[in-house]
Design a protein around this ligand. Structure first.
Ligand SMILES: *Cc1c(COP(=O)(O)O)cnc(C)c1O
Length: 408
C-alpha cells in the first residue's frame, strides 16, 4: 500500500490530513506540542465492525493489550471486544479498570512472577501457564488464597508458521509448553485437583498470508483437540491466537480477511463443534485491531543538504517509534508509510531522508522518500503507528520528554 492510500483512510481537509474530525495543524495546536501519537476511535470501531462482519459469530474477539496499552484505547476497545489479554502486572491493572469482567481477561507471557500470578488468581483472571513452574505458582496461589484458580495451558505446537514477522511457536521456544509434554503435565495437574479450562496456541505475529494463517489455525485445532482428550472436563477455552498482519512497507498487501473468515467458519462448523462442542474459539489480536488506527506526528526542526542528500530533521524519532526506524524485529530496513501531514496534496518535491533528533545513525524514520516539499515547522506523519509504537520504543534514550498520546 502507498502512503496516499493510508492517508485516504483518515481523510483530508484542504490538503491537510484529518484526524478525529480536525485538520492536523489544528489538532497539533490542541495537543500543544509535538511529537505526539494520535489514535482514531472511528477507525478502531470500523476495524472491530469489519472483523465481526467477516468472522463466524461463534468466534470471540480478544484484544492483546501489549500492542497498545494506552488506557483510553483499552477502555474504548473494552466496550467492543469480548475479552482482553494482558502480558504484565501493569496491563492487568489497566484491564481490571475496564468494564470487562475478570473472567474475560487472560494473562499470557513468559516469566510471570509468583507475585503477578497471585494477583491474577486473586482477581479471578484466567492464567495461561507457559511452563511447569508457572503451573506450580498458580496452584500455590490458589491454596494460599483459598480460591480455585482458572487456568489454561499455552502450548508450543510441533509446527512452525512461515511468513510471520516474528515466530512465536514451533521448535524450541520460551513461549508455552511443548505439545508432547502437555499430556503428562495434565495428569499431574488432575491429581492436584486443578481444572484446566483449555489451551492457547500463538504461532507468530504480523502474518499477511491468509492461507498460511488458515493452515496454522487448522493445525492448531488438530493439536488442541487431541490434547483436549487429556482434560478432566470438556474443553471450554480454545484460544487460536491470531497474528493477523497489517501492510507496513509499500509492497505489503492487506490481509484477505474474507478468506481467513471463510476457513475459520469451516473449522468452527467442523472439527471445533464436533470435537470441542463447549468451546467458544477466541481470536487474540493486537496489531490488527489498533495498528492502522494510529499515527505518529513530528515537526520538522531542520532541513539540510549533505553531499546531495536532503535531510529533514524532526523533533521525534526512534525513541518513540522504534519500528519505523527498522530496529524492532525487521531483517531489512524498509520505509514505513510517511507523508507531510499539512501538505498531503503537494506535488513531490524530490527525495528526502527523514531522520529523528537522536545522535545515532540508527535514527532514520524514512530513507530516500518522495514527499511534498517540506521545511521547518511542517508536520511529518508516520502511518501504521497504532501498535507497538510508544511502548515498544526506548523512550529513555537521550532523555527527551515522553510524547503525549491522544484518542480522537
Ligand atoms: C503479542 C501477542 C499477541 C498479539 O499479537 P499481534 O501480532 O499484535 O496480534 C497475542 N497473543 C499473545 C500471547 C501475544 O504475546
Amino acid at each position: 500500500m502507498k502512503p496516499h492510500e493510508h492517508a485516504a483512510t483518515f481523510g483530508s481537509t484542504n490538503g491537510e490530513l484529518r484526524l478525529g474530525g480536525l485538520p492536523l495543524s489544528r489538532l497539533a495546536a490542541r495537543v500543544g506540542s509535538t511529537p505526539f501519537f494520535a489514535y482514531d476511535r472511528g477507525l478502531l470501531d470500523q476495524r472491530v465492525d469489519r472483523l465481526r462482519a467477516v468472522l463466524p459469530d461463534r468466534v470471540e474477539l480478544s484484544f492483546a493489550m501489549k500492542a497498545n496499552p494506552m488506557p483510553a484505547v483499552v477502555q474504548h476497545l473494552a466496550r467492543r471486544v469480548d475479552r482482553l489479554d494482558v502480558a504484565s502486572g501493569l496491563e492487568m491493572q489497566t484491564a481490571l479498570d475496564t468494564s470487562v469482567g475478570a473472567d474475560r481477561i487472560s494473562f499470557a507471557g513468559p516469566g510471570k512472577t509468583a507475585a503477578e500470578i497471585r494477583q491474577a488468581v486473586a482477581a479471578g483472571i484466567l492464567v495461561e501457564v507457559e511452563s511447569a513452574t508457572e503451573f506450580r505458582r498458580v496452584l500455590a496461589a490458589g491454596d494460599d488464597l483459598g480460591l480455585e484458580p482458572t487456568v489454561a495451558v499455552r502450548v508450543n505446537p510441533d509446527f512452525a508458521v512461515k511468513g510471520s514477522g516474528m515466530r512465536m511457536g514451533g521448535g524450541p521456544q520460551q513461549f508455552g509448553i511443548d505439545a508432547e509434554l502437555v499430556p503428562a503435565l495434565l495428569r499431574e495437574y488432575a491429581t492436584a485437583g486443578a481444572d484446566v479450562l483449555g489451551f492457547h496456541v500463538f504461532a507468530g505475529s504480523q502474518n499477511l498470508d491468509a492461507d498460511i494463517l488458515a493452515e496454522a489455525q487448522r493445525r492448531t485445532v488438530d493439536v488442541v483437540s487431541d490434547l483436549a482428550e487429556h482434560l478432566i472436563s470438556p474443553l471450554r477455552y480454545l484460544n487460536l491466537g491470531g497474528g493477523f498482519g497489517i501492510p507496513y512497507v509499500e509492497r505489503d498487501r492487506p490481509l484477505d480477511l474474507e478468506r481467513v473468515g471463510a476457513t475459520l467458519l469451516e473449522l468452527v462448523e467442523g472439527p471445533i463443534v464436533e470435537r470441542m462442542p463447549e468451546a467458544r474459539p477466541v481470536l487474540e489480536l493486537g496489531r490488527y485491531l489498533v495498528g492502522e488506527c494510529g499515527v505518529y506526528v513530528t515537526r520538522v526542526v531542520d532541513r539540510k543538504v549533505s553531499r546531495g542528500t536532503t535531510f529533514l530533521v524532526v523533533d521525534g524519532g526512534m525513541h518513540h517509534q522504534l519500528a519505523a526506524s527498522g530496529n524492532f524485529g525487521q531483517a531489512i530496513r524498509r520505509n514505513y508509510p510517511v507523508t507531510v501531514g499539512n501538505r498531503i496534496d503537494g506535488a513531490p518535491g524530490g527525495a528526502v531522508t527523514v531522520v529523528g533528533c537522536l545522535c545515532t545513525p540508527l535514527d532514520v524514520l524514512a530513507k530516500d522518500v518522495e514527499l511534498p516539499p517540506a521545511d521547518v515547522d511542517d508536520l511529518i506523519v508516520i502511518f501504521q503507528a497504532g501498535a507497538y509504537g510508544l511502548t515498544a520504543s526506548p523512550t529513555a534514550f537521550l532523555g527527551h520528554p515522553a510524547p503525549p498520546e491522544i484518542l480522537v
